[in-house]
Design a protein around this ligand. Structure first.
Ligand code: GLU
Length: 448
């Protein structure tokens, strides 16, 4: 059996009931097959793939907090410090009822390659909790965040592990966590990114994932002889990534016609009103029904069982910006049949393996999240730089660095795909380019 297959089987056997983690590992290992096989003996002797697929450290903890009725609630807390070969662990904290160890491991594993692709010195990590901030009061969210950090503060630090936002963790949660970290340690340091601008945050960090997604998509289309200007774009999700993806797509002259949330989706043939969307989602923290109620051109659709809705709309470009496995084979078929020419992932692993293969086989340009959504974490690394030098850069400075990073990522993965005989396979290109840097650093640092 080849080394790649052996390690995949081992990962499945050693990590039972973690399907998302298996999926993430499978995608990466399949892409690496040619690279590994060219040097199989050395990689096998060093157990490089086993080490790559095993987190350096996993921290699991209890998060007790008191709700507004005086009732004690208990959540599970996680931080997976996956790989520190190229820098301190870096990755977000997801707060969502679906969070479990397998989800955090898939996200942490993806983060290793994503962070490597940015070209910046950041290792891979991820954390979170099954706490659901939805419907909680500010006081309840603060109680949870303070309890979460009271346990986690022992394991993080500006030079060891720097968490940030993800689904359910935004500026409010980062603020409460930062305050508690500072109170416990007495340190005013860049231990978290995505901070508010008055206490060490970076301009353009809020916009970075969505803007970065569009910078990369624009470059991918350009290199394939197409211009995003005038194109119709379908976006899923309505959180931080989706909002700023829609905004940048419009700035680039495209028309965004959809957004979605967990219960429904909106088709707005006139183009999404981003200011209204921000008001509904960022200020009121309300559902998309409120968006539809306030805009006559918008059609609201309830999500029926298993249906993803937005992918049945005719579009040139699809940007899944909601969550994992939200675009399946049926959706991929609908997109291709409707003439979609490009899919770029704003979320982490939103496309199933079968859907990815179908899109690639049917000539749809496909850029995986670990490249396409790397703008968020890249700008987090820029926030770390600013914190270290105790300076703040202008919006234009950060934004132009972000653009340079995204364009660079695309060319790196494009070239890696070509070099290994898989031109146009951006999944393989991203995995190979991300892997090579980490593998070299791991090898140089010995068996650790
Ligand atoms: N959660 C984001 C991601 O998936 C950002 C992580 C960060 O900024 O550290 O990459």
């Amino acid at each position: 059996m080849s080394y790649v297959d052996e390690v995949y089987d081992l990962v499945v056997a050693k990590n039972p009931a973690q399907p998302e983690f298996h999926q993430a590992v499978k995608e990466v290992l399949e892409s690496l097959r040619v690279v590994i096989e060219a040097n199989e003996e050395a990689y096998r002797k060093d157990a490089l793939l086993e080490r790559l697929c095993t987190p350096e450290r996993q921290i699991l903890f209890r998060v007790p907090w008191v709700d507004d009725k005086g009732q004690v609630q208990v959540n599970n807390g996680f931080r997976v410090q996956f790989n520190s070969a190229i820098g301190p662990y870096k990755g977000g904290l997801r707060l969502h009822p679906s969070v479990n160890l397998g989800i955090i491991k898939f996200l942490g594993f993806e983060q290793i390659f994503k962070n490597s692709l940015t070209g910046l010195p950041i290792g891979g990590g991820k954390g979170g909790s099954d706490f659901d901030p939805k419907g909680k009061s500010d006081r309840e969210v603060m109680a949870f965040c303070q309890s979460f950090i009271t346990e986690l503060y022992k394991y993080i630090g500006a030079d060891t592990d720097v968490p940030a936002g993800d689904i359910g963790t935004g500026a409010r949660e980062i603020g409460y966590m930062y305050g508690q970290y500072k109170r416990l340690t007495g340190l005013y340091e860049g231990v978290l990114t995505g901070k508010g601008l008055t206490y060490g945050g970076s301009l353009a960090r809020t916009e970075a994932t969505g803007y970065g997604l569009l910078y990369l998509t624009e470059e991918m289309l350009k290199c394939n002889g197409r211009d995003i200007k005038g194109m119709t774009v379908a976006v899923s999700g309505s959180g931080n990534v989706a909002i700023y993806a829609a905004q940048k797509a419009q700035q680039l002259g495209a028309k965004v016609v959809t957004v979605s949330d967990s219960t429904g989706w909106v088709y707005d043939p006139e183009g999404i009103d981003v200011a209204l969307l921000k008001e509904v989602k960022e200020v009121k923290r309300a559902r998309l029904t409120e968006y539809a109620a306030a805009r006559s051109s918008a059609q609201y659709h309830e999500k029926k069982n298993g249906e993803h809705g937005v992918w049945n709309v005719k579009c040139d470009v699809a940007l899944p910006c909601a969550t994992q496995n939200e675009l399946d084979l049926e959706d991929a078929k609908a997109l291709a049949a409707n003439g979609c020419i490009a899919v770029a992932e704003g979320a982490n692993m939103p496309t199933t393996l079968e859907a990815t293969e179908y899109l690639q086989k049917n000539g749809v340009l496909f850029c995986p999240g670990k490249a396409a959504n790397a703008g968020g974490v890249a700008t987090s690394a820029l926030e770390m730089s600013q914190n270290s030098e105790r300076l703040s850069w202008t919006f234009e400075e950060v934004d132009s660095k972000l653009k340079g990073i995204m364009v660079n990522i695309f060319h790196n993965l494009d070239e890696a795909a070509k070099k290994y005989g898989m031109a146009g396979n951006y999944v393989a290109g991203a995995n190979i380019a991300g892997f090579l840097k980490v593998a070299e650093a791991m090898t140089a640092q010995g068996i650790v």
